[in-house]
Design a protein around this ligand. Structure first.
Ligand code: GSH
Length: 215
C-alpha cells in the first residue's frame, strides 16, 4: 500500500504542476496550502520539513522530496500502472529523464537570467549554453509531435506544459507555434483546468487573508 502523499502547496506556483500530475495519476493526496504572501512557508514547522521554505514539497511516509523535478519523477514512478513514466528498460526512459533535468538545469536558469536582465555567462561556461539554444532545443523536440517524447503524454509533459505556458505568459519564452500548439493541447486537459480553477479560488482567499492582516 502506498503511504499517504501530502503536498505542501501554494496556488499559482510550481506546485500547481505537481497537483496536476497527482490529478492525472488519479492519486489520493492531502493538500497543505501555505500562504506565501503571509510568509507561512517561512514558519519553523515548515522549515523543519524543507529548510529552503519552498513549494512544492512532498511528504510521502518518511520521505521528504523537494525540487519539483524530483517530485515529478518520484510520483510518476510511484504509480507505474498509470503509464506516465517509461519503465527503466524502455528506450524512452533516458530521454524522459533528460528533458526533466533540462528544465531545472537549463530552462529555468536561462529564464531567470533573462527575467533579471542579467548578462549570460560565456556559452562555454554557462550551465545552459545560451538562452536561444535552450529555447531551440525544446522547439526542435516538439516539432512534428504532440508531446515531448512523441505522441503519448508522460509526466514530463506536465512539467513542460506548465513551464512553457508560464514563461510565455510573462513574456520570457518566445511564442513559437510549436510552444503554443503544445501548451494549448495541454491546457485543454480537464485536470489542468480543474487545478487552475481551484488555484484562482485559493489565490483570492489568500489575497483576502493578506488584506485582513494589514487592516
Ligand atoms: N528549485 C525549486 C524552486 C521552488 C520555488 O522557487 N518555489 C517558489 C514558488 S514557484 C517558492 O516556494 N517561493 C516562495 C519563497 O521562496 O519564499 C523547485 O524546482 O522546486
Amino acid at each position: 500500500m502506498t503511504a499517504q502523499v501530502e503536498l505542501f502547496y501554494a496556488p499559482q506556483s510550481r506546485a500547481s504542476g505537481v497537483r496536476v500530475l497527482l490529478e492525472e495519476l488519479d492519486a489520493p493526496y492531502k493538500l497543505n496550502v501555505l500562504n506565501v504572501k503571509l510568509g507561512e512557508n517561512r514558519r519553523p514547522d515548515f522549515l523543519r520539513i524543507n529548510p529552503a521554505g519552498k513549494v512544492p514539497t512532498l511528504v510521502c511516509g518518511e520521505s521528504v522530496i523537494t525540487e519539483q523535478v524530483a517530485i515529478y519523477i518520484y510520483l510518476a514512478d510511484l504509480f507505474p500502472e498509470k503509464g506516465l513514466a517509461p519503465p527503466l528498460d524502455d528506450p524512452l526512459r533516458g530521454p524522459y529523464l533528460r528533458w526533466f533535468v533540462h528544465m531545472a538545469s537549463c530552462f529555468e536558469p536561462a529564464l531567470v537570467d533573462r527575467a533579471m536582465k542579467r548578462e549570460e555567462a560565456p556559452q562555454s561556461v554557462s550551465p545552459y549554453g545560451s538562452f536561444d539554444t535552450v529555447m531551440e532545443a525544446m522547439r526542435n523536440q516538439l516539432s512534428g509531435q504532440d508531446y515531448v517524447l512523441g505522441n503519448t503524454m508522460t509526466a514530463v509533459d506536465v512539467l513542460w506544459g506548465m513551464g512553457l505556458r508560464w514563461g510565455m505568459m510573462f513574456g520570457l519564452v518566445p511564442e513559437f507555434e510549436e510552444f503554443k500548439a503544445y501548451t494549448d493541447r495541454f491546457f485543454a486537459r480537464p485536470a489542468v483546468q480543474n487545478v487552475l480553477h481551484d488555484d484562482q479560488r485559493l489565490a483570492s482567499e489568500q489575497d483576502d487573508a493578506v488584506k485582513r492582516a494589514v487592516e
